[in-house]
Write a protein that binds this ligand. Sequence first.
Ligand SMILES: [Fe+2]
Ligand SMILES: [Fe+2]
Ligand SMILES: [Fe+2]
Length: 284
Amino acid sequence: MDKKKTIALLNQDLEGEQAAIIQYLVHAYAMGEGEMACEIEAIAREEMRHFDWLAETIVGLGGTPSIKRGEMRTGGKSVSDWMKNDVLQEKDAIVMYEEHIKAIASPKIRRLLKRILSDEKSHQGDFEHFVTKAKKEGLKDLRGSRQDKVVQTLNWGIEHEYTVILQYLLHSYMTRNEDVKKEMDDQAINEMQHLGWLSEKMVSKKGTPRIECTRVDKSTKTADMLRADIAIEKKVAAEYDRAAKGTKEADLKELLTRIRDHELYHVDVFNDLLKKEKEQGRKK
Ligand SMILES: [Fe+2]
Ligand SMILES: [Fe+2]
Ligand SMILES: [Fe+2]
């Protein structure tokens, strides 16, 4: 099989991983704090590792990781139904990985896919267990239908965080500057925390998190990536600041202020990296 075909298959896997991550997070946030939500978040984190391995492999083959999201299953009335959907998501992944292991010749890539496949099989078992556990524990959908300024602000934040997670991950995969790579990876994890905080806050305030993203910057030169990242951080730091000052709800104000401070930190870190990147560019 040629490289191009292998990259296409791995990108299909990557899109499936992203769908699984978001589907599981939607479920975990909606059932609120508790042991099962924690376990589901742990599974989502394993899918994130798969995402990372697949993306790095694609880059190694000279490809560009896809940041499109595959099909999610977010329907279902009860928590138990959601868990059935998660079982189906894992079954689909298992079929896909088995096909791709057959189709790809590279021993190194086959080994990686087999490693991921064994995780998916174990996840399938976990979710099957959660189908009955959710019923037994009487877990409920804690989301509400609140629609007001607070919900709008939180969903705006969630959309922003999801977008920059994908953007920083893509930049970390595509840059050749090792410092930038490490920092982008770190800050993507920080933005994942923000996404979680905002989503949990949304559920506690009886709204429904809408985990969608907007346009991601796909610059290919490191300096251009950093310029785009600095611009977006400055913009959202100002927005978080305005939103924090505009709300009377103390807990929300505190959360938005904390995130704002992180974003201001990101501006400074990225500015430093851009300065160094430009110096290195001149030396070359
Ligand atoms: Fe996975
Ligand atoms: Fe953030
Ligand atoms: Fe940020």
